[in-house]
Design a protein around this ligand. Structure first.
Ligand SMILES: [Fe+2]
Length: 310
């Protein structure tokens, strides 16, 4: 695959200091003011000032300079303006107003263990104490985000966005919620980007991979013990993509997700994209999603271009 990873995102928020504090509590590592690293993906989140919260940039990693040339010609065919520097290519999606930057980047290497410490269907062989649970108060302090998994963004022109990302940048379609949401990948993850039909261009959420369900629970416990109002939706399991999830709200109104156990597409030939309908697509089990997950509370303010953060 020419594209192979998400490098990172830049988000714009009106309240930079409070938002930085949230992502420190989320257990990303702040390597410079407003720049956050995950354990395996490096620096993947930048938080900048913007008068209204929004997704400013998505960065994608490719294998070689030839891949960048291909992106330039593909975008050219769509009549999209492209900036080419020595090391990267960037262009703006007209549907989401997000700048997308493609750079040559090394692959994300993630260590794998052969045996898991979990019982599973037909495999109830774990003995003694569960080794994945925290052994000390220190270990119990939150989750450890391993990488940025995906970003979800509202588009006022999904046809234009789909063309831009699929035909222009080179994402692949994984699944669709009929006429409403398009799951796309630039790696072997089921989705790295979801474009959803919306009345305004906005960032719905970023999602961060953690090791397992216990890490999701530990992360939620740490975030919510400090401020219970951060809770949005969880704990549950999505249907499309299959990942376990728990969503939180940052002080600017963006959602941020811990996930684990996402579907993985190693061989494109063996994956058949499907068109899903209704709530079934959204989750297999868990509490019902709050109305504010489907339609964030500040959408009206965002549409009016007002300052929505508290
Ligand atoms: Fe998600």
């Amino acid at each position: 695959m020419a594209l192979h990873r998400l490098n990172g995102v830049t988000i714009g928020v009106p309240n930079v200091e409070a938002t930085r504090e949230f992502y420190r509590d989320f257990n990303l590592t702040e390597t410079a003011p407003g720049v956050f690293a995950s354990a395996d993906g490096g620096e993947q989140l930048s938080v900048e000032y913007a008068p209204v919260r929004r997704l400013i940039e998505v960065r994608v990693g490719a294998d070689s300079p030839d891949d960048l040339d291909r992106v330039v010609s593909q975008l050219g065919r769509l009549d999209v303006a492209v900036e080419r520097s020595g090391v990267g290519v960037s262009a703006i999606d007209p549907g989401t107003a997000v700048r997308v930057r493609v750079d040559v980047a090394p692959h994300i290497e993630q260590a794998r263990v052969e045996a898991t410490p979990y019982n599973g269907p037909g495999r109830m062989n774990r003995e003694g104490r569960a080794p994945q649970l925290p052994q000390s108060d220190d270990e119990a302090r939150g989750a450890r985000p391993r990488k940025l998994g995906h970003v979800v963004v509202g588009s006022t022109d999904v046809d234009a966005s789909n063309k831009f990302f699929l035909e222009g940048i080179g994402f692949k379609i994984s699944d669709e919620v009929k006429g409403h949401a398009y799951f796309m990948r630039c790696s072997t993850d089921h989705h790295n980007l979801l474009v959803q039909r919306a009345p305004v261009q906005f960032l719905h959420h970023t999602s961060w991979q953690v090791e397992d369900v216990d890490q999701i629970g530990l992360g939620a416990q740490a975030l919510l013990s400090k401020d219970p109002s951060r809770h949005v939706w969880g704990f549950g399991r999505h249907h499309v993509g299959s990942n376990f999830f728990w969503y939180f709200r940052d002080p600017a109104g963006n959602f941020s997700e811990y996930y684990s156990d996402l579907d993985c597409i190693i061989d494109d030939q063996l994956w058949k994209p499907q068109v899903w309908e209704g709530m079934r697509a959204l989750y297999s089990w868990g509490p019902p999603p709050p109305a504010s997950f489907l339609r964030p509370d500040d959408l009206a303010e965002l549409m009016a271009g007002l300052h929505p953060a508290k």
